[in-house]
Design a protein around this ligand. Structure first.
Ligand code: NAD
Length: 418
């Protein structure tokens, strides 16, 4: 059982959901509804490039399920993205929003493009055209995009502006992950890392590990990894290693994260920061530690490296960092895994809070946002832990059971129209 399915696409998510439905005796009506995405839009649209040529791009917006509320999910700009991957990611969003119990369904969008090779103005024209193409299914009560790989708050601002121009008035709640100045939420930037920190402490508590004695290793020094490391260090944990795509740094006595993050900002890499020794990315994953946070890319933990892991807890900050084969190996080794749909849900939770604030035009302070985030993460973790004990299963299976049950109940309660 695994939520780590995107590499083989939507069929793997279908299998995951089918297995859970069988195990939980969910009705066949609900199961077959979850086997398909409710709405799929493919758009081919022209964009004027800086050199005067026009190029035709392909984009998608897929809604997997909206039984529990408007659909929610990021927009990815990547040269290799395809419809099958978008379907898989949309379905995982249905599970993620259900497991943390926020009133959303799941969706995902994408444009096949390489944002790294495009100018700012080309990206703006591409975004505005894509936003107008998907506007027929987007909306604050319908489907609400957010940033994902290759997109950022500026891109959300262009989508919000384009949608608002079509309506004739400002609609901040149509996207989340916006810049603060136009209705973004305080705490959104740190939200995923903060949620990871909350779950890491809860997992440590469950295994009776004292946070002040806990050693932490973090793979990935981006938005999720750097924030998680920083917040765990502030909680008194000892972060002994962290890496980026170029390699990692290690200090068994604990890294000075301020130094490491400054060094990364100045040089583009963590390597060479003061009082650290260099480790390779492979070595980093094998370091002995209490908590290994995987917060880089998909498929970080595979059949080949899983047997060498020495962590007691693996916390999945990234989406799909563990392959199904590696998942089984880690579980057999007795490693406690906090799965992605639970561990990295802090981002979508604060997106939800941003949407609520936008709808009521009433903005909260940082303490309110962080308290709410902490509460939802804690409730979700405890519910999943409770089910995992009751059903004698791992946290990933338990998280999927909680999510599928909520989706099935919502669908059954609403019934079928007409
Ligand atoms: P990011 O681009 O800010 O950071 C990724 C980091 O991983 C970078 O430091 C990069 O150098 C590093 N990296 C890449 N390859 C590596 C390797 N082989 N070994 C070690 N480090 C490597 O991205 P992010 O926003 O932090 O997202 C990380 C993961 O978390 C992704 O899987 C993303 O889908 C997932 N996620 C992010 C959010 C969010 O709110 N940002 C929410 C949910 C899930």
């Amino acid at each position: 059982m695994s939520t780590h399915t995107t590499e083989q696409g939507f069929n793997n998510v279908r299998k995951l959901i089918t297995d859970i439905c069988e195990r939980m005796k969910i009705s066949e009506t609900c199961r077959i509804r979850l086997m398909e995405c409710e709405r799929e839009l493919t758009v081919h649209f022209p964009v004027k490039m800086d050199d005067g040529r026009a190029e035709v791009f392909t984009g998608f917006r897929v809604v997997h399920n909206d039984s529990r509320g408007p659909s929610k999910g990021g927009i990815r700009y990547h040269p290799d993205v395809n419809l099958d991957e978008v379907r898989a990611l949309a379905a995982l969003m249905s599970l993620k929003t259900a497991v943390v119990n926020i009133p959303y369904g799941g969706a995902k969008g994408a444009v096949i493009c390489n944002p790294k090779t495009m100018s700012e103005s080309e990206l703006e024209r591409l975004t505005r055209r894509y936003a107008s193409e998907i506007a027929i299914i987007m909306g604050p009560e319908r489907d609400i995009p957010a940033p994902d790989v290759g997109t950022n708050p500026q891109i959300m601002a262009w989508i919000m502006d384009t949608y608002s121009m079509g309506k004739g008035y400002s609609v901040p709640a149509v996207v989340t992950g916006k810049p603060l100045e136009i209705g973004g939420s305080i705490g959104r930037f740190e939200a995923t890392g903060r949620g990871c920190m909350v779950d890491a402490l809860l997992a440590a508590k469950h295994l009776r590990i004292d946070p002040r004695k806990a050693t932490i290793v973090v793979q990935g020094c981006g938005n999720v990894g750097a924030v998680t490391a920083d917040l765990l260090a502030k909680e008194g944990c000892r972060v002994i290693a962290i890496s980026d795509s170029k390699g990692g740094v290690y200090n068994p006595d604990g890294l000075n994260l301020g130094d490491v993050l400054n060094h990364k900002q100045q040089t583009g890499s963590v390597i060479g920061s003061r009082n650290t020794e260099k480790v390779t990315n492979a070595e980093l994953l094998e370091l002995k530690c209490d908590i290994l946070v995987v917060a880089a890319l998909e498929r970080a933990l595979v059949k080949a490296n899983a047997p060498a892991l020495k962590a007691r807890i693996v916390l999945e900050g990234a989406n799909a960092p563990t392959t199904p084969e590696a998942d089984k190996i880690l579980l057999d080794k007795g490693i406690f895994i906090v799965p992605d749909i639970l561990a990295n849900a802090g981002g979508v939770i604060v997106s939800y809070l941003e949407w609520v604030q936008g709808l009521q035009s009433f903005y909260w302070d940082e303490t309110e946002v962080n308290d709410y985030l902490g509460r939802l993460m804690t409730d979700a973790f405890n519910q999943v832990l409770c089910i995992s004990k009751e059903k004698r299963t791992d946290m990933r299976t338990a998280a999927c059971m909680v999510a599928v049950q909520r989706l099935a109940t919502a669908m059954a309660t609403r019934g079928i129209f007409p």
